[in-house]
Design a protein around this ligand. Structure first.
Ligand code: GMT
Length: 380
């Protein structure tokens, strides 16, 4: 198949899923055309089956906002026409699903009928997309997509609840590349960071409000009262400065290390003892899955799709959003007993295997086939 992939190229989970999926499909022999404004962060290899088409906007003094959507639709039309695309797969509904609809309409003028699969990822449904500035367009473009997938059962239900769409939505969970994300021997690295034998806790995100970064710090502060530990904060975003401020107030700067955006996160997860993800909303929690694949148990909130990933009491613990007391108590319970930690770690690893790329990627492939076949039976 020739597939046009539209996504955000940044550190966000939707772009990571889009890129990893494209890389896997390329290995399986499909030709993947990424269409976006920057080379996706995880697109770190050369493959004869992977192509990258950069969307270039044209600024003009009249514009307060450069019309990215028009430039993207034009590039999608161009790629579909000259690279014989069989399907568009767009990740994150805003604005990609409506741009795909526009591109699809234009392509009909060239007698090309390219189906669109839209994957809903999270705040495109739970936060941004349901805002009245976008809601009618999001609802319309979900309805008009030939195929729609959601990354958890929670997100599928949220889409029905928030948008009253009549569409069948296929749940295809996030996946992890278990060849890359596995616990590696990084003892020397661990000794550098935890020279006094401290436990290492990890949080990764794009530091937005929805991630409740303050809860990460407050949970850690409570753990730190009973267990010698350090916290590695991976990522960056608007909540980083207030978080650093809170660390100063709590006099925890020596034990909380902000490492910024990182590419080789699997090396950091390999020295992790616990992963903290107390989000106020989380459709799945890809970063937690990648940590679990490296044998790191997870302390999470019970928001959204997190309970579909974190098995309470086995691979970690889930708590009501904001309950930092319970999160700290659960974390200490796992950390204070080495044998218990090992059991949680092994459980986390084993459960992550249920979400391996070998299990999940073929589901996308089969879904594409189904959508393409259904499209062939439509008369124009
Ligand atoms: O929805 C977002 O906040 C952005 C999105 C992204 O692009 O980073 O993240 C979502 O998609 C990930 C991949 O499917 C999921 O694992 C995350 O749980 C989800 N984030 C939220 O729902 C907050």
């Amino acid at each position: 198949m020739n597939i046009g992939v539209v996504c955000y190229p940044t550190y966000g989970g939707s772009g990571v899923v889009a890129t990893e999926l494209g890389k896997s499909l390329a290995q399986m022999g499909h030709r993947i055309h990424f269409i976006t404004y920057n080379r996706p962060i995880r697109l770190d290899l050369f493959s004869e089956n992977i192509f990258y088409h950069e969307v270039r906007t044209k600024d003009y003094p009249l514009f307060d906002f450069v019309p990215y959507e028009s430039a993207l639709a034009s590039m999608m039309v161009d790629v579909a026409r000259y690279h014989e695309l069989d399907l568009f797969h767009v990740h994150y509904a805003v604005p990609h699903a409506s741009v795909a609809y526009l591109a699809k309409q234009i392509l009909k003028d060239y007698d090309l009928h390219i189906p669109v699969v839209t994957t809903l990822h999270g705040t495109d449904i739970t936060l941004v997309g349901k805002n009245q500035s976008y809601e009618p367009v999001v609802r319309f473009s979900i309805e008009q997509s030939e195929g729609v997938t959601a990354v958890s059962k929670f997100l599928r239900q949220a889409t029905y609840d928030n948008f009253q769409v009549k569409k069948d939505i296929e749940v295809i969970y996030n996946f992890v590349d278990t060849r890359r994300f596995k616990r590696q021997d990084k003892d020397h690295f661990r000794k550098m960071i935890a020279h006094g034998g401290e436990k290492l806790l990890i949080h990764t995100s794009n530091f937005r409000k929805v991630k409740r970064i303050k809860d990460v710090i407050l949970t850690f502060a409570r753990i730190r009262e009973q267990v010698a530990a350090r916290l590695l904060m991976i990522g960056d975003g608007p909540e980083r400065a207030p978080a650093e401020e809170l660390c100063r107030e709590l006099h925890l700067c020596d034990d909380i290390i902000f490492v910024g955006n990182q590419n080789a996160v699997e090396e950091i997860y390999s020295i992790g003892d616990l992963f903290l993800i107390p989000s106020g909303s989380e459709s799945f929690g890809l970063s937690a899955l990648e940590a679990m694949a490296c044998g790191v148990p997870v302390i999470s909130s019970n928001a959204g799709g997190l309970p579909e990933l974190v098995i309470d009491g086995q691979t970690g613990f889930t708590s009501p959003v904001g309950n930092v007391e319970k999160m700290a108590k659960d974390a200490i319970y796992i950390l204070e007993d080495e044998a218990r930690w090992k059991t949680f770690s092994e459980n986390a690893y084993q459960h992550a295997l249920n979400f391996s790329q070998d299990k999940i990627v073929p589901r996308y492939e089969a879904y594409y086939q189904q959508v393409i076949e259904a499209q062939k039976s439509v008369n124009y």
